[in-house]
Design a protein around this ligand. Sequence first.
Ligand code: FDA
Length: 310
Amino acid sequence: MGVMRSVLLAGSESVWLREHAVRWRFVRGATKRFMPGERLEDALGAARELAPQGIAAILTHLGENVADEAEARAVADHYIRAQEQVRVAGVDAEMSVKLTQLGLDLGAEACYANLRRIAEHAATVGRTVWIDMEGSAYTDVTLDIHRRLKQEGHSVGVAVQAYLRRTNADLDTLIPLGAAVRLVKGAYKEPASIAFPTRAEVDESFFQLGARLLGAEARAAGVFLGLGTHDPVLIRRFEAHVAEQGLPKDGFEFEMLYGIRREEQQRLATDGYRIRVLVSYGDYWFPWYMRRLAERPANVWFVVKNIFGR
Ligand code: FDA
């Protein structure tokens, strides 16, 4: 792992920085590139602007590791209100949630109950609720909660991380469930004992897992795949793969983050692929923002430009 990435990931876990840096004007300014604003209305506004380009949205309220049951219930209430506002706004947007934000650290049961409430409401507005995958300490319990809800008939999807060595084995359970799966490379700091340490290995794992999730067994089981990546090489590989296999362009979707590779998002929509862009909002954006910088340390230059550009 590069020095810059390690420093940025360590920064993402710093409570002091989280509490102080969000007040620094230049940091706030720099985040605008990745976040239209802190309020749900800002995210809905972005979703409305993306819609005419043929780009759908995923909305996420930033927050992690809630340590109080009332707070976790309030987060679930917020997502239910947000789903309602999405319906009223008439935009194609699905919510994506972090289980630690719904009280996972307080116990799986409380978290499950909060997520079930969101999923029950999602059914009334015809939506899927997506579950983000967090650090490896949470992988098992996240997959368990997802499986439980899925087996109860709720429309839930889950992210899996290509950098984890275990993920191919996790697909053995997810595929027969007919799961909706969001494949991502993985954004947390994990040891080489459980995660592929090189970029080439992570990229190859991503392709193999994605190809399996587009394969005959997965399609027969009703699996839906979201490919969450900005990687031009992987995107081209998947475009070639679906063409070779004679799969429809709209049988899966590409997913990217708001503000990243906008021209490519547009190009994919124009070429007939389904594409969704994840729009974040909320005031707890510091750890998330540091992980975005860690993914691409060149983005630090945007921060630097913001410091000197004022
Ligand atoms: P990677 O970072 O390897 O970059 C490949 C190339 O893409 C770069 O060389 C560059 O060309 C381009 N690129 C990438 N980032 C860029 C940037 N910021 N600006 C400009 N160009 C850029 N992670 C996780 O652990 N759990 C989760 O639940 C999720 N959820 C999630 C949802 C969605 C919709 C997305 C898109 C991503 C996630 N992630 C995630 C994050 C994911 O794990 C990963 O960290 C990032 O997507 C970055 O990896 P890429 O696959 O984009 O490629």
